[in-house]
Structure formats: C-alpha cells, structure tokens
Design a binder for this molecule. Structure first.
Ligand code: MF3
Ligand code: CO
Ligand code: CO
Length: 265
C-alpha cells in the first residue's frame, strides 16, 4: 500500500513504513554528532573535525548529503561564534570560549537525516551559554507545537515568542525544510510567524526545524565564499536542528541523542 501523496502546498505525506528509513538515517547523523563531541577542544581545527565526520559517515556505510551539493565540498558545516550557518570547515583553530554549530546530513538507503547542535571549545562566557540554552529551548518549543491540525505558523510563533521573550532575535534569512528521499523540499519552515497561519500540519509530513538565534540583531550577510553566513552586527549566533516526522498525536524526532544539549563547560 502506498499512502504517499502531495498536498496543495507541495508537501509530501509519507506512508507509515517510511518512518523506519528516516529513523535509521536520523540516528546515524546524531551518532556522528555524538562521536565528534570529545574532539571539540581549543587548538583543534574545524577542518580536522570535518575530516573525522567524513570518515565516520563512510565507515558507517552512509553517504554525505553535503559533499557535491551545489558545489559544497565538505561533510559538515561548522559555524563558529558570529557565523550563523554554512560555515566552511578549514584551518581555523578553535580558541577557548568559542561556540560552534556542527551540521551533518547523511543519506542512508535513500533517506536523508539532517541534524545540528552546539558545542563549546573549553568554557564559554555566560552570555554565550545563555544563547545556547535559549536556542535549544526555542527548538523544543517549536517541536512541541507540531501535531496534525496545527499550522507551520504555530511552530514559528512558538520559536519567536521564546527567543524574543529572552531579548534575542530570530534569523529570517534561513529556514527549515521538508526532507525525506530528498534533502530540501517544501515547505519552508519559518522560525517566526503567527499562530494559525501557514500550511496545516498533517500526519506523515517530514521536515526539519532549525532555528538560528542571535544575541544582537537578526540581519545576516553571506561572505565572498558564497556560503558562510554571518551576523551583520557580528553578534554571536546559535542553532540547533532536528529532523522530525508528524505522527497521529504529535511528532517523532528522527535525530535524538542524550548528548544533544552540550555541556557548557
Ligand atoms: N544541513 C544544512 C541544512 O540544515 C544544509 C547544508 S547545505 C551545505 O539544511 F551545502 F552547506 F552543506
Ligand atoms: Co536542514
Ligand atoms: Co542541517
């Protein structure tokens, strides 16, 4: 039986048996983020972290979704301090107090698992610790809003209310996305919005929620490398990302980990 169909907004409704494929891909991506954690220390380069991720993706029998994606050459994005997302791994040495997001997407049996989380090199300043906590909690508030009959606006509104309630700002230039047997599909999952607005959420939808929250203003710009997005005001930015699937009464997180939230030092 094939329960797959596409909504008017172009969002795929997956069949119950498709959850198993997403679970396997999502957990593998989360496992790699678990494994790289102990390597994050002052003095290591982001390129060394990416080399480790690349080899683990291969050893675990998966494929990297990012290598070759629109010309991107790396198995992860590593976004340090005021880098919002799509930081390119390289010879940059981490310093004590740096905060960083590592984002990994893998393909397992054709299914995409996409997750990112924050890490700290050494011990982060209190204001950076607060940003990480608020960003994590904002993602979780967004996930709690997911159930059939709710809307994508409900997700965005929950995230925005939490972040702005803590006097932080939500990045508007990047969003979450549908995924499944493809990396990026409808809908655009906005991390701000109004309750009741946007497409209605239905059982069988698969998508990411991946809010980027700034300590300062929300505006971003992309550097000359055409990938690295930074805060225009150079304020610190944080991000967490889960891939989820909508169930009859809520959602399943495909990318869970007991180490999802970092030790802040
Ligand atoms: N993993 C990112 C996301 O959450 C996309 C990275 S695309 C890359 O959608 F090419 F920059 F790796
Ligand atoms: Co994503
Ligand atoms: Co991602």
């Amino acid at each position: 039986m094939d329960d797959s169909r596409i909504t008017r907004e172009g969002i795929r409704i997956h069949a119950p048996e498709d959850f198993a494929g997403m679970r396997k891909a999502g957990r593998l991506a989360a496992q790699i983020l678990d494994e790289v954690g102990p390597m994050v220390e002052p003095g290591v380069t982001t390129g060394a972290l990416d080399d480790f991720i690349r080899s683990r993706v291969e050893e675990l029998g998966a494929a990297s979704a990012t290598i070759g994606y629109r010309g991107y050459q790396h198995a992860s994005c590593i976004s340090v301090n005021h880098v919002v997302c799509h930081g390119i791994p390289g010879d940059k040495l981490l310093q004590n107090g740096d905060i960083l997001n590592i984002d990994v997407t893998v393909i397992v049996d054709g299914w995409f698992g996409d997750t990112s989380r924050m890490y700290v090199a050494g011990k982060a300043p209190i204001k950076a610790q607060r940003l990480i906590q608020v960003t994590h909690d904002a993602l979780m508030k967004g996930i709690e809003a997911v159930r059939p009959g709710a809307t994508f606006g409900d997700i965005g509104a929950a995230i925005q209310a939490h972040a702005e309630g803590k006097r932080m700002s939500v990045v508007r230039d990047f969003c979450g996305h549908g995924l499944g047997r493809v990396f990026h599909a409808p809908p655009n999952v906005l991390h701000f919005g109004r309750p009741g607005k946007g497409p209605v959420i239905e059982e069988g939808m698969f998508f990411t929620i991946e809010p980027m929250i700034n300590l300062g203003r929300p505006e971003t710009k992309v550097l000359a490398d055409d990938w690295t997005a930074v805060t225009r005001d150079k304020s610190l930015s944080a991000q967490f990302e889960h891939s989820i699937g909508v169930t009859a009464d809520g959602c399943e997180i495909f990318t869970p980990s007991e180490r999802f939230f970092p030790e802040l030092g």
